[in-house]
Design a protein around this ligand. Structure first.
Ligand code: ARG
Length: 466
């Protein structure tokens, strides 16, 4: 204990002067890294267990340390822990509290390790749990999409390229496109976790330790796949956090696009969907407004998550091996990414099931802009016209319809036959929206039957744990 009851810094031995007050606050990370406390304690318990098995601690010392750490954990959980900026970070706060509680045995916990391997281990344990939570939240959103896709497998809407009417598609098919993107996002996180789930502990400060430690045993206790191969690499690189941040950015890029569609679709001009009142807000001045704030905010939050990816990349760039204090700056971008990503996924998974489809508006919109023009060209090809000629013929027919202000399907047979004598009465089946979507009847196509099969396959792959 030093003056004012503040415990001495664990590294104070070689120092003659106290730390400058501002420097103390400037270099401390406890205000944000305290969220790692559970993982820090979990890692310490495994470390003490291994030390005892290797004969470095006695069984009695191990037990004292473990019950002391458990008591500290409980104190933190009940909000009764006094975090101290003078003790810099979560690791030294917990170790110091342990020693205050159990006395000298507490000072033996740090044998054969360093905060450098400790912090890298804590982050990995934390990320492993968060990745699982995020993957479950993506899955919940995917389930919501499957349910809507099933309900709306026959609902026709205009499909767009360049945001211009292209060809009719079904709303179910459109929802399944989002399902696929999220499936890749979920797979990417599982893959990232393979590299997260490697144990740095035992690397100590940078070179390993002189004690006869058993890293395989510690790894097993903590559920890691294996100990990291190289101690210098283990304490220094944060590529696993960058990789996660890149995966998070891709998820946000997808959610941002999805958000943009929800915003457009819920406008009065499109009117394809209505978001539930509970996910919208009003205007303080315009009484008629119902604003799609949730998708807008998700779209907006994409920026900070992309920004964190660049922060982390830049943080690592140019750092010499091994650990540098720069690495303390990995936490805030990572934590903010995780918090916001989870928030965005949660709000989406809650909001999507409550979307109401305005079938008439989608149908009406699909009738504008000659969505079945390609179908007419394909019809002519079936009758023996080469595709390029068919394209030209239909272009002329569309120009005629624009002048007469009507859809292709509203033309008489005689009007259509002006452009090609190959056109017969059966053309009108091809020009319906239902005919158009049903004709795209192959794997990956928009035909309602194909969409239903895609849903079945998706449900099977989810059930098999993919
Ligand atoms: N708070 C530090 C961090 O977040 C812990 C490791 C500190 N190690 C050191 N040698 N200063 O990276």
């Amino acid at each position: 204990m030093s003056d004012n009851n503040i415990p001495a810094k664990p590294w104070s031995g070689r120092f003659n002067e106290p730390t400058d007050a501002f420097v103390e606050a400037f270099t401390a990370s406890v205000d944000f890294d305290r969220r790692l406390y559970r993982y820090d304690i979990q890692g310490s318990i495994a470390h003490a267990t291994m030390l005892a098995r290797a004969g470095i601690l006695s069984a009695a010392e191990r037990d004292e340390i473990i019950s002391g750490l458990e008591a500290v954990c409980e104190q933190i959980e009940h909000g009764e822990f006094q975090w101290s900026v003078a003790l810099e970070d979560v690791h030294m706060n917990i170790e110091s509290a342990l020693t205050q509680r159990i006395g000298n045995t507490g000072k033996k916990l740090h044998t054969g390790r360093s905060r450098n391997d400790q912090v890298a281990t804590d982050i990995r344990l934390y990320m492993r749990d968060e990745i699982e939570i995020i993957r479950a939240e993506i899955l919940r959103l995917q389930q919501a999409l499957l349910d809507i896709a099933e309900r709306e497998a026959d609902t026709v809407m205009p499909g767009f390229t360049h945001l211009q009417t292209a060809q009719p598609v079904t709303f179910g098919h459109h929802m399944m496109a989002w399902f696929e993107m999220l499936q890749r996002d979920r797979e990417r996180l599982a893959d990232c976790n393979k590299r997260v789930n490697i144990m740095p502990l035992g690397a100590a400060a940078l070179a390993g330790t002189t004690y006869p430690i058993d890293r395989h045993y510690t790894a097993e206790l903590l559920g890691f796949e294996r100990p990291a191969e190289n101690s210098l690499d283990a304490v220094s690189d944060r590529d696993f956090a960058i990789e996660f941040s890149a995966a998070a950015s891709l998820i946000m890029m997808h959610l941002s696009r999805f958000s943009e569609e929800l915003v457009i679709w819920s406008s009065a001009q499109f009117g394809f969907i209505e978001l539930s009142d509970s996910f919208c807000t009003g205007s303080s001045i315009m009484p008629q407004k119902k604003n799609p704030d949730v998708p807008e905010l998700v779209r907006g939050k994409t920026g900070r998550i992309f920004g964190h990816l660049i922060s982390l990349l830049t943080l690592m760039k140019g750092q010499p091996l091994a650990y540098n204090k720069d690495n303390q700056e990995d936490k805030e971008p990572l934590f903010d990414t995780i918090d916001n990503l989870k928030g965005c996924l949660k709000v989406f998974a809650d909001m999507i099931p409550a979307i109401a489809c305005r079938h008439d508006n989608m149908r009406h919109a699909a009738m504008q802009g000659f969505a079945t023009a390609t179908d007419l060209a394909d019809y002519l090809v079936c009758k023996g016209t080469p595709f390029r000629d068919a394209h030209e013929v239909v272009g002329k027919a569309v120009a005629f319809c624009i002048e007469k202000d009507k859809d292709l399907s509203a033309c008489t047979l005689a009007e259509l036959q002006q452009f090609s004598s190959d056109i017969g009465q059966d053309v009108f089946e091809v020009l319906t929206l239902e005919g158009s979507v049903a004709a795209r009847d192959h794997i990956g196509g928009t035909a309602p039957g194909q969409v239903r099969q895609a849903i079945v396959r998706a449900r099977q792959s989810i059930a098999s744990g993919e």
